[in-house]
Design a protein around this ligand. Structure first.
Ligand code: URA
Length: 434
């Protein structure tokens, strides 16, 4: 088989066979197919598309390019969630303890990630002593005992995606739905959960800018998940402004805790209730969305979700009491308010730009080796639709110095657009694909 023939076949709109896709993915992962040929293939796929059969074959070939996680030592139904990523996205910190408190087993491998804040495991390291570097044995033992563990990825899952994604990034071939689907779903399938729920975000702060693109992606992801034998659902959500209030690692942990305590609601809680309801119904742990939602709400009112988080922190070498009293979590030395220069109604908050403010403060990583400051970031006080008076605070900046705080305050103010007239926010949950 020759890679050139496969490129020509796809370029001319043909359908690649199972064997051809395996040849291509194996050959590329092992370095036998060079980047220039794989780049041409990615571009041909971007322009010509792939059938579901091809996408499934590509996904499975990628799954088998490395190790896979066998979660069979864990009793019960295992659930996982994936988000296409957004600013202020601390969903896992709230959702995982909630569904675990309802009996779903959460065995989550998470990444550190690049961007405006760290990934879930960086955020969790805001708890003094907390470690995500636990052995596979401890990981399984914890999930069996308390129902939840979140660990840093140790196994070499989907090496094909690491190479392919880096290549797509520099060849203009990231925005191909079949390539995105195979990239995301190969990682989720290799992580072993029975139930996979996907949070597909759309809007200015998201990877998918339009609702239509987000819907096409969500449908592709759930179709391939089901064809691979997993229970799958997707929720399409608005990312036209940051999710929740806080952006920054320890600040997001504190926000997650206040949602779990029932002190805060808003879009973050709504998202967790929606994703959680899909997870519980797909897992057979609730008979209907309404029943699932009621169970999830109860985990907040009776404190069981917060207690789950506390148990996880203790089981991973932190002190579970830090969930109830957050005074030991990192706190930046400088806090500065960002007063509005004029009054009105918040029309827009540029999510991506807000993310850059957090980066500027040192809360995110520009390269995989950069250090992040867990204490810095910002907390919004006004969201789209809110009324603001001149001089009222739009947000609080948490910074390592006065100088950094002042720079960030200017940048953050520029993220806000106000309108003299009342603003209606568009629905946050756009659709649920089940
Ligand atoms: N996220 C992924 O993991 N893969 C893609 O291709 C795009 C977004």
């Amino acid at each position: 088989m020759l890679m050139t023939d496969l490129i020509v076949k796809k370029r001319d709109g043909g359908e690649l066979s199972h064997e051809e896709i395996n040849f291509m993915i194996d050959g590329y992962t092992q370095g036998q197919i060079p980047d220039y040929q794989m780049s041409a293939m990615c571009m041909a796929i971007l322009l010509r598309g792939m059938t579901d059969r091809e996408t499934l074959d590509m996904t499975m070939a990628m799954v088998h390019s490395g190790e896979t996680l066998d979660l069979s030592p864990i009793q019960g139904v295992k659930g996982d969630k994936h988000s296409t990523g957004g600013v202020g996205d601390k969903t896992s910190l709230v959702l995982c303890p909630m569904v675990a408190a309802c009996g779903l087993k959460v065995a989550k491998m998470s990444g550190r990630g690049l961007g405006h804040t760290g990934g879930t495991i960086d955020k969790l390291e805001s708890f003094p002593g907390f470690t995500t570097g636990i052995s596979e044995e401890t990981f399984f033992k914890n999930v069996n005992k308390i129902g939840i563990a979140i660990a840093g990825q140790t196994a070499d899952l989907v090496p094909a995606d690491k190479k392919l994604y880096a290549l797509r990034d520099v060849t203009g071939t990231v925005p191909s739905i079949p390539l995105i689907v195979s990239s995301i779903m190969s990682k989720k399938l290799a992580s072993g959960a029975d139930v996979i729920v996907l949070d597909v975000k759309c809007g200015s702060g998201a990877f998918m800018k339009t609702e239509q693109d987000a819907r096409t992606l969500a449908q592709g992801l759930t179709r391939i998940g089901r064809l691979a034998g997993r229970k799958c659902a997707a929720v399409i959500t608005d990312m036209d402004q940051p999710l929740g209030w806080a952006v920054g690692n320890a600040l997001e942990v504190k926000e997650a805790i206040s949602v779990l305590k029932g002190e805060k609601g808003g879009d973050l809680l709504e998202l967790c209730l929606t994703l959680g309801s899909c997870m519980l119904t797909e897992a057979g742990l609730a008979g209907s969305i309404e029943e699932a939602r009621a169970k999830l709400e109860k985990t907040i009112s009776d404190g069981t979700a917060l207690e789950k988080l506390s148990q996880m922190v203790t089981a991973q070498q932190g002190d579970g009491r830090d969930v109830y009293d957050t005074s030991r979590l990192p706190l930046a030395p400088v806090q500065m308010e960002v007063p509005a220069l004029e009054g009105g109604y918040v029309r827009r908050i540029e999510a991506e730009q807000v993310g850059l403010v957090s980066m500027h403060l040192g809360g995110g990583r520009a390269t995989k080796d950069s250090e992040i400051d867990l204490s810095v970031g910002l907390v919004l006080h006004k969201k789209v639709g809110d009324s603001v008076e001149a001089g009222e605070s739009l947000a609080t900046i948490h910074a390592s110095s006065q100088e950094k705080a002042a720079e960030a305050a200017e940048l953050l103010r520029a993220c806000y657009s106000l309108s003299p007239d009342p603003v209606q926010r568009s629905p946050f949950i756009k659709d649920i694909i089940r």
